[in-house]
Design a protein around this ligand. Structure first.
Ligand code: TYD
Length: 164
């Protein structure tokens, strides 16, 4: 397991193809449109245009006590965009063999995560609000919540990729 703190490549928003399942390299920070105005700035996200999926669900995390972490799972079918609407936090991304940490602190950046990537949200600042745009409705059976089970599935996926 390697553990690297990386500065991910920032890409302007684009309707690029969905990230490949389980690929850390396909996790990316997307720069969202920003309408700057003396009255306050405005950003927006359009499903299928700025991110490579249609948005079926939005949820948000708030009032996270100091020292708590969220996430700790991977998804079989759900792709997500994670935005720090307020404050900051770090997202630890893990493909079962490598790790990468991305810190989010501006509301015009969103972290895109394809399917089959384990994520943990840690180190929330006080007052942080984390919005998550998801490609599917909530379905508990979409989750890997057991890390060892996820690692086995991710390893099988990598094996399939190699044999192609
Ligand atoms: P969970 O996804 O485990 O939270 P975390 O962000 O820490 O990974 O969800 C916590 C609880 O909330 C769990 O009981 C399922 C429920 N939940 C929904 O009902 N709908 C949703 O869209 C989400 C994300 C969670």
């Amino acid at each position: 397991m390697t553990d690297e703190e990386s500065r991910p490549q920032r890409t302007p928003c684009s309707p690029r193809a969905p990230g490949r399942p389980g690929r850390l390299d396909d996790c990316r920070v997307i720069e969202l449109p920003r309408i700057q105005d003396a009255r306050g700035n405005l950003s927006f996200v359009e499903g299928g245009r700025h991110i490579p999926f249609d948005i079926r669900r939005v949820y948000y995390l708030y009032d996270v006590p100091g020292g708590e972490s969220r996430g700790g799972h991977a998804h079989r079918r759900v792709q997500q965009l994670i935005i720090a609407m307020s404050g900051s936090f770090a997202v630890v991304l893990d493909d079962g063999s490598r790790r990468r940490t991305v810190r989010l602190c501006r509301s015009f950046f969103g972290l895109y995560i394809p399917t089959m990537v384990w994520r943990e949200l840690v180190d929330f600042s006080s007052g942080a609000v984390c919005a998550v745009l998801a490609s599917e409705f909530y379905d508990g059976s979409d989750y890997y919540r057991d890390y060892q089970e996820f690692r086995r599935a991710a390893s099988t996926l990598r094996g399939k990729k190699r044999s192609r």
